[in-house]
Design a protein around this ligand. Structure first.
Ligand code: NAD
Length: 284
């Protein structure tokens, strides 16, 4: 039976360290790091994420600014708000909860966030810095996965790593971070033919496709480390990952559960990036 990679355990530990550092920051500068989260519309999943981010900020002693707009806000109004937050010294990190309504150009909005406050690391400047290995912020979900692999002593160097999914927020940066840590990385996606041939060969398998229980035991090499990024809601309202956990845990050496695996790490890495941003703002 696979060892469980617990995002809850690692997250609690990292958040404890962030809390201590935040207290030290406050003592030194007389102010707490501040994170502004903008939400447009009333997507229920987004509302849960925004609430969790707010709660996590307060728990580690950071200031959280929740900014909500109706779905019919104009792009200009949103961009103006970002300009305002870019200029606000109390705000160290700015996050725009995605997806945005179709009337708003997401990339234009991301591009408007000051790269020094871009704690999601989605701004092209930060994406480019990651590509050349000279970064300030890492995107939260892949960074959280690296943290999990480190904590559970999973060696990446020289290992065959397969990432399923090529999104800008998970798959692509994940592949890059594994490659930077000397993994031999293959990226699979919706047009990959004979997917199983790749997954069967992987020592480390990261699944980020958004399809409930897609990865079955016959697709996994015995002893592989399996990281499940997926968050899917079943018809009965319960959560499912992209991995058929009950089957795969029997042959993997280590595996993340859903919930309680990658999910908790994502917000933790957001807090880490906000602290980094705050320190940089005070020292610039
Ligand atoms: P996305 O929809 O942007 O990308 C999905 C990717 O999967 C695409 O690149 C596509 O090519 C690939 N794909 C789809 N079907 C496939 C198939 N049959 N075979 C192989 N590849 C296939 O999704 P995303 O934003 O990267 O998110 C992926 C999943 O991870 C979702 O369930 C999302 O909710 C979840 N997620 C979780 C966290 C977290 O904190 N745990 C963070 C971000 C995303």
């Amino acid at each position: 039976m696979a060892e469980l990679i617990s995002g809850k355990v690692v997250s609690a530990k990292v958040r404890e360290d962030i809390k201590i550092e935040t207290a030290a920051f406050k003592k030194e500068y007389g102010t707490a790091p501040g994170l502004a989260v903008i939400m447009v519309g009333d997507n229920p999943a987004s509302a849960v994420y925004v609430r969790n981010k707010h709660k996590a900020c307060l728990e580690v002693g950071m200031t959280s600014y929740e900014i909500k707009f109706d779905a019919d806000i104009s792009e200009d109004e949103l961009l103006n708000k970002i300009d305002e937050l870019n200029a606000d010294d109390n705000v160290d990190g700015i996050l725009v909860q995605l997806p945005l309504p179709k009337t708003i150009d997401e990339q234009k909005v991301i591009n408007r966030i000051s790269p020094t406050k871009d704690v999601d690391a989605f701004h092209p400047q930060n994406v480019g810095k990651i590509m050349i290995g000279n970064y300030t912020f890492l995107p939260c979900t892949p960074a959280g996965i690296v943290e999990l692999l480190n904590y559970y002593n999973v060696e990446i160097g020289g290992k065959k790593c397969v990432v399923i999914g090529r999104s800008n927020i998970v798959g692509k940066p994940m592949a890059h971070l594994l490659m930077e840590r000397n993994g031999t990385v293959t990226v699979c996606h919706s047009r990959t033919k004979e997917l199983k041939e790749y997954t069967k060969d992987a020592d480390i398998l990261v699944v980020a496709i958004g399809k409930a229980e897609f990865l079955t035991a016959d697709m996994v090499k015995p002893g592989a480390v399996v990281i499940d990024v997926g968050i899917n809601r079943r018809d009965d309202g319960t959560l499912a990952g992209d991995v058929k956990f009950d089957e795969v845990e029997k042959i993997a050496s280590k595996i993340t559960p859903v919930p309680g695996g990658v999910g908790p790490m994502t917000i933790t890495m957001l807090l880490k990036n906000t602290l980094t941003a705050a320190k940089q703002h005070k020292n610039s």
